[in-house]
Design a protein. Structure first.
Length: 181
């Protein structure tokens, strides 16, 4: 009498049809203690090399040292300048982000609803998106001045394109019956 023997899955294994999948073993912290130590060592080594390079191999005019940067941050924080400038940056983001998000969503929605509008303006939007943001920042300063509005314009631009392309792609991939609702 011959009996067919079917392989039994190992203890703790999950079976899916004919394939047997094993659960990964819990990795012991003791086994990989060196991973965080290596990460800290790499970052520390980079900072040490940077400190040595600035002033010795590279002119201090071209690159500052980490110790001088840290002391400037501490001095700026103690004088209150860092808090003031951070607050102004949050104001610029607070104005530019909602404006860019709403405009990007509205234009993306309009392009998704109107194929004619999309065919006319899509190449223009894609060309504008291809312009490097670092090239547009000086233009915004010339057009809008050195004040808050040039920074709001840059934030608007960054936010607009992200929201536009996501909304437009979402509208194009959606079934027409859902759009018509």
């Amino acid at each position: 009498m011959s009996a067919e023997m079917s392989p039994k899955p190992a203890r703790g294994a999950v079976t899916a049809g004919s394939a047997t999948l094993r659960r990964p073993r819990a990795v012991s912290w003791k086994r990989h203690w060196w991973v965080p130590v290596a990460r800290i060592g790499i970052i520390g080594g980079f900072l040490l090399l940077w400190e040595i390079a600035s002033g010795r191999w590279i002119e201090p005019f071209l690159i500052s040292s980490p110790s001088r940067i840290l002391s400037a941050i501490i001095a700026s924080f103690q004088s209150g300048d860092l808090v003031t400038h951070t607050w102004i940056t949050f104001q610029e983001i607070g104005i530019g982000f909602p404006m860019g998000a709403l405009a990007g969503i509205a234009v993306g929605y309009a392009f998704g609803r109107s194929q004619i509008l999309a065919e006319i303006f899509e190449p223009i939007i894609i060309a504008l998106n291809g312009i490097p943001r670092t090239a547009l920042a000086p233009l915004f300063i010339v057009w809008l001045g050195i004040g808050i509005w040039s920074k709001v314009g840059v934030v608007f631009l960054l936010t607009f394109f992200l929201n536009f392309f996501n909304t437009y792609a979402g509208m194009r991939q959606m079934d027409q019956e859902y759009i018509d609702l």
